[in-house]
Write a protein of this length. Sequence first.
Length: 223
Amino acid sequence: MADSSNRSEFVRFSLDQGVLRFGRFKVKSGRMSPYFFNAGLFNTGRSVGRLAQFYAQALIDSGVQFDMLFGPAYKGIPLAATTATALAGHAALSGRDVPFAFNRKEAKDHGEGGVLVGAPLQGKVVIIDDVITAGTSVRESVDIIRASGAEPAAVLIALDRMERAGPDEALSAHSAVQDVALTYGMPVVSIASLADIMAVLEGDASLAEHRSAVAEYRNRYGV
């Protein structure tokens, strides 16, 4: 499956599942956005299984070398588990079994204790999450991985909003995704981006009414 087809298929899948919607939405930053992406709505066995296949394909298409996955609590936990499952069944990995780990929000005070669950963190580790907004979860994940003597290799996300942060009169130079890539010197791989959403809008007459609002938003806030 070519990279571009994986991207456009994912946009279509997100629309079909009601995860991606068009309209007017107040987002966390306080902006009014013409689209909304809520990965938490991938909440059934079939939809999460398909989502994991998209993550696995995006990671393989990226060419990033990796040894294991790390899912930051809480959203990253099912993503790491299901994507590791999808990778185990992917023809490109020839039966390779990819380990995964995740952290707890609270350190456990009984049993073995600690904040890490799953396989030991070692080698090149891909951090998997849904989106990057402030980059806080990435920073915590990088600290955990480095503290274990492993190497953060990439961040793998569902959607890159390609959007600059800050108030309208003082927008940041880079998007949150670009900031993470620059700060940690590692790639951020996304299944799809705002550019892919716009490409689907351009090619679908039934979505034509949303084109101008999304284009205007990208012109104002995009990178």
